[in-house]
Design a protein around this ligand. Structure first.
Ligand code: IPM
Ligand code: MG
Length: 356
């Protein structure tokens, strides 16, 4: 029986409660499909930092490098200095594990979840490839004359040929593998951010190697408009880090809400991190009201990544069926008690298991 070593960080706010449900579902899938998960849970997050002063010590960080995957609930806490925990946990994992792809599927499972008039599951089925280690996120920033009226603040948008190329290549490979519209859209702002000309040029070079894949281009402002007006125009889209962050929140709304959008931070072939794309939502924490669907779907992506593709697909189709049958009504906070959603998915999954 295959065993997969997984590190788990529930994190802040609603993170621990949605993680609990996601792991409940992952464990049930392991039982039904015959593999095991060796889970190591870590207490890291803002409360742990406030209690102990540690964020993610080197010894534990090294341990996670030996695992197949990491699962993260959510991080962010208004009690901490802005960015402290974000750079200490999620950015640390992304940069130090070189998780260069942020894979963010935007898939509408049921028409009732979509706020767009007249759009259904056939119209909203795309994947955003967000470059995940560069751009304004690279951390190169500074201030001078801090606090004075002539203060200067800078942050550098960094693009390397290697970083840009590997994200674009991943997008083309994915478009081929998905075999849907067979199209990759480059989303940038090269008309204003001239450094993004490197994206324009590298995209053209890589595209030439994929004659079976169509190409498209949209500036980020227009892409936001098209995503709402004509989401069916997108198949796979690739974009720099910051625009990818922003447009995937928009995408989450189009697919039903932050409570459903999942993501994988990948370094193909190496330990990778899976998380819902939502934040810690401190005001909803501990109330058993948050939707764990995004976390459950992130767990499904994680199982696919570790090689359990049947279990992964079964979780996804179980969630789709629960929406279609009306048992799962919405993913907005309070639509269902958090634990009941996990229970619902587990019991439907066991029925799938009983029938195979
Ligand atoms: C995300 C989040 C993070 C990001 C935050 C928590 C730093 O918004 O994963 O989309 O901006 O990348
Ligand atoms: Mg974000």
């Amino acid at each position: 029986m295959a065993q997969h070593d997984i590190a788990i960080i529930g994190g802040d706010g609603i993170g621990p409660e949605v993680t609990r449900e996601a792991m409940k579902v992952a464990d049930a899938a392991a039982e039904v499909f015959g593999f095991s998960l060796k889970k190591t849970e870590y207490p890291f997050g803002s409360q742990h930092f406030l209690d102990t002063g540690e964020i993610w010590p080197d010894a534990q960080f090294e341990e996670t490098k030996q695992m197949k995957a990491l699962f993260l609930g959510a991080i962010g806490d208004p009690r901490l200095e802005v960015g402290k925990i974000e750079y200490g946990i999620i950015a640390k994992a992304r940069f130090e594990l070189d998780l260069y792809i942020n894979l963010r599927p935007i898939k509408l499972y049921d028409e009732r979840l979509c706020p767009l008039k007249g759009k259904g599951p056939d119209d909203v089925d795309m994947v955003i490839i967000r470059e995940n280690t560069e751009d304004a996120y690279a951390g190169m920033h500074g201030f001078c004359h801090k606090g004075q009226h002539h203060e200067v603040a800078t942050q550098t948008m960094v693009y390397t040929r290697e970083g840009v190329e590997r994200a674009i290549r991943y997008a083309f490979e994915l478009a081929r593998k998905r075999n849907k519209r067979k199209q990759v859209t480059l989303i940038d702002k090269a008309n204003a951010v001239r450094a993004q000309d490197i994206w324009t040029r590298v995209f053209a070079i890589v595209a030439a190697e994929y004659e079976d894949i169509k190409t498209d281009h949209a500036y980020i402002d227009a892409a936001c408009m098209w995503m709402v007006k004509n989401p069916e125009w997108f198949d796979v889209a690739v974009t720099p880090n910051l625009f990818g962050d922003i447009i995937t929140d928009l995408g989450a709304m189009v697919q039903g809400g932050m409570g459903i959008a999942a993501s994988g931070n990948l370094h193909p072939g190496q330990v990778s991190l899976f998380e819902p794309i939502h934040g810690s939502a401190p005001k909803h924490a501990g109330k058993n009201l948050a939707s764990p669907v995004a976390a459950i779907l992130a767990a499904s992506m994680m199982l696919d990544y570790v090689g359990e593709s049947t279990a992964s697909a079964a979780i996804e189709s179980t969630v789709v069926e629960l929406f279609k049958s009306g048992q799962l009504k919405a993913v907005t906070t309070g639509a269902h008690p958090t634990n009941e959603v996990g229970d619902m998915v587990v019991s439907a999954l066991r029925k799938v298991g009983a029938s195979v």
